[in-house]
Design a protein around this ligand. Structure first.
Ligand SMILES: [Cu+2]
Length: 124
């Protein structure tokens, strides 16, 4: 898994070199740290993945709600629970996967391909 992550990093570096302008926009884009937390009472909530970040990265939902991650990037991403309890699996561009959160608690997650991509689902 670490080897795959390193290989992906090398690939990204090559892409940055050949598409400097476009990638520059990506890397200057708002990081998850800049985002305001979102509280939703909906049963169905979508988290968009774009520019190597989760939107919203900090999401609070009611127990029993279903969260769907949608990848808008050309790079593959995942939403993988840090505790290993849940995982969307690999999402290629326009792929989506849903997780139902029945338990109250805080569920941090990351992308296995880009571990600096982080989010958290808080269930109340
Ligand atoms: Cu990713």
């Amino acid at each position: 898994m670490m080897v795959a992550a390193v290989a992906m990093g090398a690939m990204m570096a090559v892409m940055m070199a050949s598409h400097g302008g476009m990638m520059g926009r990506w890397w200057r884009g708002s990081s998850s740290a800049d985002q305001a937390p979102v509280v939703s009472t909906a049963n169905e909530v979508t988290v968009d993945i774009r520019d190597f970040a989760f939107f919203p990265a900090d999401l609070t939902i009611d127990a029993g709600a279903r969260v769907t991650w949608v990848n808008h990037d050309s790079a593959p991403h995942t939403a993988t629970g840090t505790s290993d309890a849940w995982d969307t699996g690999r999402l290629d561009r326009n792929d989506r996967a849903a997780v139902v959160f029945d338990r109250v608690g805080s569920f941090p997650y990351f992308c296995i391909y880009h571990p600096n991509m982080k989010g958290v689902v808080t269930v109340r």
